[in-house]
Design a protein around this ligand. Structure first.
Ligand SMILES: [Zn+2]
Length: 214
């Protein structure tokens, strides 16, 4: 089983990917991680990538394809892959097809964690934590029982992450849509795209993904 998991920041993609790894023994292939590992290990592809990066250039699709091929070969035929952050372009999607086909694999599902942008803004901008013990709260969904006092440790100090503001969330959503726009129609035409409500409870999201894979 080989899948692409898509979702904007805040949709819980990391958690769901981790659960897929645990439940199905899939391996998560993130191009950034593979690149760093190959450079560190000094593989032929890694050395090539290192030279390109040291020259201040972007790593080519050819190098990324070679990295993915190496990784799939190392995984063995019985282990499925979750592609994360790749492909981003129609050309990369085509390369991925070729890489998989040459190894007797195919892409089975493209799963997108769908979010309602306004609800995501509310979810993210409302969250804050206790500055002392780190317990999480939310303006709308989880206030302390006594206003201004942490339920867990009694502290009166709370903090918010500077990134948790509306502008940042909306910018990230726009970036996400721009990144996925070139590839979604390709997979939609094949009928392998499934959308899951990423705003639902984490366990409900997992159950929906399991239903797609079943
Ligand atoms: Zn606390």
């Amino acid at each position: 089983m080989n899948i692409i998991l898509l979702g904007p920041p805040g949709a819980g993609k990391g958690t769901q990917a981790q659960r897929l790894v645990e439940r199905h023994g899939l391996k998560q292939l993130s191009t950034g991680d593979m690149l760093r590992a190959a450079v560190k290990a000094g593989t032929p592809v890694g050395l090539k990538a290192k030279a390109v990066m040291e020259a201040g250039q972007l790593v080519s699709d050819e190098i990324v394809s070679a990295l993915i091929g190496d990784e799939l070969d190392a995984m063995g035929a019985g282990t499925g892959a979750i592609f994360d952050g790749y492909p981003r372009t129609a050309a990369q999607a085509e390369s991925l097809d070729a890489i998989l086909a040459s190894r007797g694999r195919k892409l089975d599902h493209v799963i997108e964690l769908d979010v309602n942008e306004d609800a995501l803004v509310e979810r993210i901008t409302g969250r804050y934590t206790c500055a002392t013990c780190g317990k999480g709260y939310h303006d709308t969904f989880e206030q302390p029982k006594v206003a201004g006092t942490c339920d867990k440790c009694g502290s009166h100090e709370f903090k918010r992450r500077p990134d948790d503001n509306e502008e940042t969330v909306r910018t990230r959503m726009a970036e996400y849509r721009a990144k996925t726009a070139p590839i979604l129609p390709i997979y939609e035409a094949r009928g392998i795209v499934a959308r899951v409500d990423g705003m639902a409870d984490m366990d409900a999201v997992t159950a929906s993904i399991e239903a797609i894979l079943a």
